[in-house]
Ligand binder design. Sequence first.
Ligand code: MN
Length: 255
Amino acid sequence: MRFLLSNDDGILAHGLECLERAAAPLGETWVVAPDREQSAMSHSLTLHHPIRPMRRGERRWQVDGTPTDCVMVAVEALLPERPDFVLSGVNHGQNMGEDVLYSGTVAAAMEGLALGIPSIAFSFAGGELRADASLLEAQIPLLTTLIRHLTQLSWPGNTLLNVNLPPLIGPHVQGVRLTRLGQRYYSGSLKPMTDPWGRTVYWIGGGSATWTGPADSDFQAVRDGFVSVTPLHLDLTHRELITDAGTWWRAPALP
Ligand code: MN
């Protein structure tokens, strides 16, 4: 089994090291990861300057690009053969609900999927990772079991799995739930500030998040102490609205 590992927190991130340690007993691991933090880069691709891979050891490359760049250059150029799975993360922080639209961690898995490789994104729903690092470290055996199990399932080819780990010591994790995306509302996350020239600028970040969603949603599973596994596909088409087109849609009359 050959695994390509990437992330959006950068090649030095503790979460990536934990993922590597968890996957190593199961097969050959290749790490191709950004040289710096690329969180919230979503699925962006670097088009306007070249990207330079730097070898950082055996089967280990650092790339001055986004998570999407890393997976693309890894699969198309750096690895001698295609990986069997792309594993992304473990992200420092949850990726639930609408987070998946901004997440570089999920985007790396999306890129794997777009290249036809089954892919799994892992995120750790802890607070400040520095404080919670030992919690994630204690989940490495659980993560190995999870990777072994998930990679043996036969999920449909157009799907990636988005996994969120609860911030608990390994034995306190309650189990694994199959979930759907919940909804998250941020408040106070746009901070007006004054720049050195007296102009108003805004810093996006911080604030507080409120979660809602059904009992089988991702955040509820994590809140209940479970690992959340959400199957995602890349087709954003709202199929029901096409089926129900008669209730709302009419084509415009062109001049
Ligand atoms: Mn991140």
